[in-house]
Design a protein around this ligand. Structure first.
Ligand SMILES: Nc1ncnc2c1ncn2[C@@H]1O[C@H](COP(=O)(O)OP(=O)(O)O)[C@@H](O)[C@H]1O
Ligand SMILES: [Mg+2]
Length: 247
């Protein structure tokens, strides 16, 4: 059995009056090193909240989350972010900056402000360009991200997360809104990071077929609770049940 990198024990987050319950409700799960996990669920189920809680961006009101056996409460955000990279829903790139500048933004948590006063160190530039090259974006390094296609932007966001050399990459709906080919390129990139670089991947997906094709394991959230944790086959019948639960 692989070692656990992220563990949630009885996690609850803020109680929402509009929902008459906490956003996340008694969530228990483990993410093991080297896994490729699909996080699934209907809109509003709590998927983004769960991913954000893995990097300390959402406060937990009850229970504990540990990353590498270190409780979230006893560490700092920059330390977590060095271990756990995140691709935000919609990419979260700065549209007016070039691809390479966006990738360099991933170093802001590591470099002291004075170190970037006159630009980033040369080795950071080299690394950013190398990552863009690896992700097939060499020709677009100096292009404003607003003029890149959705799939290219998503790969820039991946490079920005990778410049921290994270052990775990969390991706929130990385292929939503992309055409089939661009979605395949992004998913293949995540698969390569997982198989060749050993990076643990947890990604929110909506397509059950893609989840079954790429992920070894699925976590399904419904109304803030984990209702399925297991292999990706049988997902269709799991979702049929969730659909009827949520009505
Ligand atoms: N900061 C917040 N303030 C109020 N409600 C929130 C906040 N974050 C999330 N929610 C609510 O919590 C629920 C789960 O949200 P989210 O985690 O974004 O779901 P998902 O990503 O599965 O669509 C939704 O009903 C959403 O409206
Ligand atoms: Mg979401």
């Amino acid at each position: 059995m692989n070692e656990t990198v992220i563990e949630c024990r009885d996690v609850e987050t803020a109680f929402l009056k509009s929902l008459h319950r906490p956003i996340l409700n008694q969530v228990n799960c483990q993410i093991r090193r080297g896994e490729f996990v699909a996080l699934l669920g209907l809109n509003g189920a709590g998927k983004s909240t769960l991913l954000r809680s893995f990097v300390g961006l959402t406060q937990v009101s009850r229970g504990t989350i540990t990353v590498d056996n270190i409780p979230m409460a006893s560490t700092t955000l920059p330390k977590i972010r060095r271990n756990v990279g995140m691709l935000f829903q919609g990419g979260g790139l700065i549209r007016q900056l070039s691809a390479v500048e966006n990738v360099l933004c991933g170093r802001l948590g590591v470099r002291k402000p004075w170190q970037t006063l006159f630009g980033f160190p040369k080795q950071d530039y080299r690394l950013a360009l190398q990552l863009l090259d690896e992700l097939g974006l060499h020709e677009h390094a100096y292009q404003k991200t607003s003029s890149l296609s959705g799939g290219q932007q998503q790969r820039v966001a991946i490079a920005r997360a990778l410049i921290q050399s994270p052990q775990v990459l969390l991706a929130d709906e990385p292929i939503t809104g992309l055409d089939v080919m661009a979605a395949k390129q992004v998913m293949d990139t995540l698969a390569k990071l997982n198989s060749e670089h050993g990076i643990t991947i947890v990604t929110v997906l909506h397509d059950l077929g893609i989840a079954a094709e790429y992920a070894q394991r699925a976590l399904v959230l419904d109304a803030g609770r984990i209702v399925y944790d297991g292999a990706c086959h049988n997902l269709q019948s799991e979702f049929a049940q969730i659909g009827s639960l949520s009505k």
